[in-house]
Write a protein that binds this ligand. Sequence first.
Ligand code: CUA
Length: 383
Amino acid sequence: MSLRRVESSARRRRSPWSLIGLVGLVLILAGCASNAPLDTFQPEGQEAQTIMDLVLPVFLVAAVVFVVVEGAIVFILWKFRSRKDDDPDEVPTQVHGNTRLEIGWTVLPAVILAPIAVLTVLTIFELEQRDDDALRVEVIGNQWWWEFRYDIEGNGEADIITATEMVVPAGRQIDLAITSNDVIHSFWIPRLNGKRDAVPGRTHTWSITADEPGYYWGQCTEFCGLSHAEMRMRVVALPPDEYEEWVQTQLQPAPAPQTASQARGQELFSQQCASCHRIDGLEAQPDPDDHPLVAGVGPDLTHFASRRAYAGGIFELYDPDTLQVRRGQLEAWLRDPVAEKPMAPDEGRGMPNLGLTEPQIDDLVDYLLSTADGPVWTGPRND
Ligand code: CUA
């Protein structure tokens, strides 16, 4: 055999292994992301911890079963491999019908799975527990953004309505009532609990607790059309006293315009935007047939500028480090929303292009930014 042929056959033999090694390396390195805000293995509240307490032992048992079974397969493959002097017609000893073996490999999995089943059912019941002082928040999925409604006064009417950002007090359990305005979505804040579907016509209960103040990211996890991947949300957990302050601020109507430009923006808002969007305390003069939406609503913008994120959570209103307003992005969004995020306004899904002029966009941005002094939480984002 020539040297070249030896080399090339060695390379051919090695190549599948280097491919497998490369894939394995990529998978392992992918698990090393330091910034993974959607990491379900970093529980930061009692519900997420409850799930983690089930996942770890189950994973451990599964790992032992995997090693034992795979080890046995590899060992048997090696021990009973065919050898040169084997008789090709010889049939191995048959174990079919061996009662003791068959009972054994039926009973053993049952013995392993029974405690896992018991622990799983107990976990499900535990996740249904609600604290007496839990705060009720209604969660409504829309194509393609989330709405959060708070009935602070307890009279059956939502008195605070936000979008994309759910502000909650840290350390207190939040009792969620989840539904949808159009198609099926799924609500998931990985660090705070598992996921629960948002189904039109049904209300699913769920709960979350954030132990520490900070931001907890989420993402719609049920395919819901064009911008499913752009349907994000976040929980903003505040220290309890700051949460109370937030409630008092949000209960106020939006501030009155202070400048001529803000006043023009407000006028424009009530004519152009108010058929879908609401600002508390603002008289709307919309023609509801102008831009009919499948869900019937766009986000409530009463205290828009107190939120960090808009457009279903894909844009930051403020620079995360400097807290400077990112005005250019907001202008681009108003100039041509469909160019910024995939939507189908012609079918009543998403925000239409209103054909605003540049001075109109300026006025509208001035007005929207006048709805709050800045983002509600400037503490550590812990994302
Ligand atoms: Cu909403 Cu996917």
